[in-house]
Design a protein around this ligand. Structure first.
Ligand code: IMP
Ligand code: MG
Length: 423
């Protein structure tokens, strides 16, 4: 399988966790390269449901090595909770199957505090973040005042730097009308977490290079989706990392010429959680999906906004990621729909656009031009072979893949491993 980058081709929550879990079978190492515990990957193994936030989904398979790469922002207290949660479910995590990059940046309570405070001040213009402190942590990284894991686990350096950084951030918190944070409490909590994580911390760049040299297959698991990318997304309604394929290289230290394939994951329709433009948003399909009990966020529990499939957007995603192969998930969500709409172009001010406009205000004003497809109106969730899907369903899936401009290789009709079909 060689080195594969897996990305979300929409606004996140495309069902990547599930596809990653299936692809992990063919890889030896699974790497997270960006984002933090804003992500929520839901995986079912038998009847057991796992929601992973920071640890790659590969952890659920025996004999796979998971890596939290340098491009990730890591909340050490959250990570320890995740380790404890996995242990309760009988999943053993040791330094043999989890490696944490020493240069990943660390999320602190002030980052969460500032994330929340900025959102409140923005009022109706808020981004709708997960309030996990992701933006402020990447902000500190870019401003060169961040803590890396290597600083967190350094027994002498950590208390001193914590004092410096907390003093400055408490000034900002006070200026924004918040309550300053307590040094001793953070020191105790972070020192305890550092002690737990220290054995896992290593130079993952060197590890991944050695693995590449001996021909190991590596899967780079993307978090969030293309239109939440800090450069290519619907800025400012984005997350703070590069969620597109290039992020896999910068976030791991494995160079672009060692990457072999990009797999894009997209839903058979569109969803988005948080604020920002979503041209195909549609109340009918939102109600339908929420009524089925689906499309609620794995991290924050928020109801996701839903709409028809947007081929203008996914074509753009195929372009910026270089998507070679597509996985289409959540096909069963459309089982009961009589006529399915697909957005094939946008119209704005009497003009027809075939590309996503960069200006968010223009995107918000775009009216989708739809093409209709006959639904299949029969359950698909029990189907395990592509050939057995209804004709209308196969036609729909092949059509949206063709509009996106990549080859359809995987499709999925439910959360279980068995509900995944290879073409
Ligand atoms: P942040 O990443 O918490 O700063 O949130 C920024 C935007 O990205 C918000 O619209 C979030 O809802 C969205 N977002 C962040 N992580 C995810 C994810 O894993 N899935 C879907 N949306 C996400
Ligand atoms: Mg998710």
């Amino acid at each position: 399988m060689a080195n594969v980058i897996l990305v979300g081709a929409q606004w996140g929550d495309e069902g990547k966790g599930k596809i990653i879990d299936v692809l992990t079978e063919q890889s030896e190492i699974v790497v997270r390269t960006q984002g933090g515990n804003n992500a929520g990957h839901t995986v079912f193994v038998g009847k057991d449901k796992y929601v992973l936030h920071l640890i790659p989904s590969g952890i659920l398979r025996k004999d796979k090595v998971c890596v939290i790469g340098n491009g990730v922002v890591l909340d050490p207290v959250g990570l320890v909770k995740e380790l404890d949660g996995l242990a309760k479910l009988g999943v053993t995590v040791t330094p043999d199957n989890l490696q944490i990059s020493e240069t990943a940046h660390v999320v602190f309570p002030w980052h969460r505090e500032l994330d929340g405070a900025r959102e409140s001040r923005k009022g109706k213009d808020r981004i709708g973040t997960t309030k996990r402190g992701i933006g402020p942590t990447y902000g500190d990284k870019a401003a060169r005042v961040g803590f890396r894991v290597i600083d967190l686990i350094h027994r002498e350096r950590f208390p001193v730097r914590l004092q410096e950084r907390l003093a400055e951030n408490n000034e900002v918190i006070k200026a924004l009308g918040g309550t300053p944070l307590d040094y001793d409490a953070i020191l105790a909590e972070y020192t305890a977490a550092a002690d737990r994580l220290r054995p896992f911390v290593t130079n993952t760049v060197v590890y991944l290079h050695e693995a590449t040299r001996r021909g190991a297959n590596i899967l780079f698991e993307g978090a969030q989706g293309t239109f939440l990318d800090i450069d290519h997304g619907t800025y400012p309604y984005v997350t703070s990392s590069n969620t597109t394929a290039g992020g896999a290289s910068t976030g791991s230290g494995v160079p672009p010429n060692r990457m072999d394939k990009v797999v894009g994951v997209m839903k058979a329709y569109t969803t988005r959680v948080g604020e920002g433009p979503l041209p195909t948003e549609n109340a009918e399909i939102s109600d339908l999906l929420h009524g089925m009990g689906r499309e609620f966020g794995a991290t924050t529990g928020r109801a996701r906004r839903c709409g028809w499939f947007d081929a203008v957007a996914t074509r753009h995603a195929a372009m910026v990621n270089g998507i070679d192969e597509l996985a289409i998930t959540n096909v069963d969500g459309l089982d009961s729909v009589k006529t399915i709409q697909v957005c094939v172009a946008y119209e704005v001010d009497g003009r027809r656009l075939k590309h996503l406009p960069s200006d968010c205000e223009i995107l918000a004003a775009c009216v989708p031009v739809y093409e209709s497809f006959p639904g299949w109106q029969t359950p698909t969730d029990h189907i395990t072979r592509w050939e057995d899907l209804p004709v209308n369903c196969r036609h729909y899936l092949l059509s949206i893949a063709q509009m996106t401009g990549a080859r359809l290789t995987i499709t999925s009709v439910g959360p279980a491993r068995e509900q995944t079909m290879f073409l």
